[in-house]
Design a binder for this molecule. Structure first.
Ligand SMILES: NC(=O)c1ccc[n+]([C@@H]2O[C@H](COP(=O)([O-])OP(=O)(O)OC[C@H]3O[C@@H](n4cnc5c(N)ncnc54)[C@H](O)[C@@H]3O)[C@@H](O)[C@H]2O)c1
Length: 277
């Protein structure tokens, strides 16, 4: 039987999932419909998908009990409804991953998912490489000297992860990171942790929090933002290092479309007999 899904948030990224559905890339699923606080956005997304119901509230789409809800709205929105959906056993695929930098929310969501046999699937979005980040962190945590043929314990536990983003200064206008200098010259405007970054830029650093969750955690993961006048799109370079291993994932994207398509790729993976990690 096909799994069912709904979409929450019907803007640029939600519409990519609808496009993929209409074009037959999600044949293993049935689309039940969408919700957004903007009715025109819902109508546009449904016309792209070619089917589905316009839900007038979050409660209504949760009551319809799809197997999965895809969230492409905002951090505040996702935090307001995630636990309620998980309590109903609905699995979630959020793009507003910055939500999980809030430890209390993270813990509540994880416990609720577990108690109700639901899952939270984190798509690789605009950062990618979660397989490598998780594996290298695990190797460090295991504390084994990987240069020794059979491994010696407790010799290596250190690892570090840093995400360095290059972007246009536009998104930092109106924040405390902004200064007149950034209009005319390249500048590193933030150098701290992923947890600190999301406090200053709640809508801009989902990728940093996602990379952090897959590796060293938001408190420990380094985060650097460099603004470049005239830069089109974003470049996210994640580096993870532990004894004997250095992994680099560097994604440049001219728009955030890769985040929407990563949801589609994730759903296809989940429905396939062969899963890539
Ligand atoms: N994980 C990643 O790699 C990644 C990359 C880019 C964007 N994002 C995040 O994805 C989300 C969506 O991005 P987008 O470019 O599609 O945005 P968008 O502005 O094009 O669309 C957002 C949609 O959500 C709806 N919405 C927003 N707040 C809502 C609320 N409180 N209640 C109901 N509906 C609400 C809007 O009406 C709109 O339909 C954002 O949170 C963005 O930060 C994540």
């Amino acid at each position: 039987m096909k799994k069912t899904f709904g979409i929450l948030g019907c803007g640029f990224l939600g519409s990519i999932v609808a496009t993929a559905y209409q074009r037959g890339f999600l044949d293993e699923y049935d689309f039940i419909g969408a919700y957004s606080h903007n009715e025109a956005d819902i109508d546009r997304l449904l016309s792209v998908a070619g089917e589905g119901k316009a839900f007038t509230s979050v409660d209504a789409i949760i009551d319809a009990k799809p197997d999965m809800l895809i969230e492409t709205a905002s951090v505040a929105f996702f935090k307001s409804m995630a636990v309620q959906a998980l309590e109903q056993g609905i699995s979630l695929i959020p793009l507003s991953i910055g939500s999980f930098a809030d430890k209390a929310f993270y813990d509540e969501a994880m416990q609720t998912a577990q108690a109700n046999h639901a899952k939270i699937y984190i798509p690789s979005g605009a950062v990618g490489g979660f397989d490598v980040l998780q594996t290298v962190s695990l190797m460090a945590e295991a504390g084994v000297d990987h240069n020794h043929p059979f491994g010696r314990e407790n010799e290596v536990t250190d690892h570090k992860t840093e995400v360095h983003t290059h972007k246009n200064p536009g998104p930092i206008m109106g924040t405390k990171l902004f200064s007149d200098e950034v209009i005319s010259q390249m500048k590193t405007v933030f150098d701290g942790t992923a947890e600190e970054a999301i406090e200053i830029l709640p809508t801009q650093v989902n990728v940093m929090v996602a990379a952090a969750l897959a590796s060293s955690g938001p408190e420990q993961t380094g985060a650097k933002i460099t603004t470049v006048p005239g830069f089109v799109g974003d470049d996210h370079r994640t580096v993870i290092e532990t004894h004997g291993i250095r992994g680099v994932v560097d994604i440049y994207s001219s728009t955030s479309a890769i985040a929407g398509w990563s949801i589609v790729a994730l759903m296809r993976n989940l429905a396939s007999p062969m899963e890539f990690f």
